[in-house]
Design a protein around this ligand. Structure first.
Ligand SMILES: [Zn+2]
Length: 193
């Protein structure tokens, strides 16, 4: 028997070594029972959700933007497009950018550009997560890659370029990127509000 400390409640209990690692759970995250494990899972889930909302509110700026009147949303969308075309996309190696969003909203995507020697579709959004089923369908039909550039409107030079694989309906800023930026902005503190 081995003595383990429950990762959730801190109680010490004795367990058979074979019982310590269950379902691939790491050894340093051992729990006295399933109740403690489930409570830990729920807390983790809540923490991730809290961090996501804090990031969205204070770093990315989506919530303040969308809380303002609906008419302004379009203006913010255009601001993101301008940031993308004037500064972020050229910096990332996109050239010969045709701006289809400039004069019309009849197009499915904002830009067509050259990237890595190919013509590619590019769309700009202020959201962390954008619903793009029509754009991916168009990209698939044209056999062109689709990139979505997610742009923060409250922090300059904060953006994420995502190559959306064929068949996906959603483009999102990666969890890894959000974790990284969250740490840059808020440090690595465990409990935050
Ligand atoms: Zn416990």
């Amino acid at each position: 028997m081995l003595e383990i400390t429950c990762y959730q409640c801190g109680n010490k209990v004795f367990k058979k070594p074979s019982d310590i690692k269950v379902n691939g759970r790491p050894r340093d995250h051992s729990f006295c029972n399933n109740t403690c494990y489930n409570k830990w899972r729920a807390d983790q889930h809540l923490l991730v959700k809290k961090r996501w909302l804090k990031f969205q509110r204070e770093v990315w700026g989506t919530i303040p933007v969308y809380r303002r009147e609906a008419g302004k949303c379009k203006a913010y969308g255009r601001q993101a497009e301008l940031l993308a075309i004037q500064s972020y996309l050229p910096r990332e190696g996109f050239t010969e950018i045709d701006d289809f969003s400039k004069s019309s909203n009849q197009f499915y995507v904002d830009f067509i550009a050259t990237y890595k020697d190919r013509r590619v579709l590019v769309d700009a959004t202020v959201k962390l997560k954008a619903w793009v089923p029509e754009k991916t369908a168009l990209a698939l039909s044209l056999r062109m890659p689709l990139y979505v550039i997610h742009v923060s409107l409250i922090h300059e030079n904060l953006y994420f370029i995502n190559e959306v694989p064929a068949g996906r309906t959603v483009s999102r800023v990666s969890a890894k990127f959000i974790r990284q930026k969250y740490t840059e902005f808020f440090g690595n503190q465990e409990g935050d509000d």
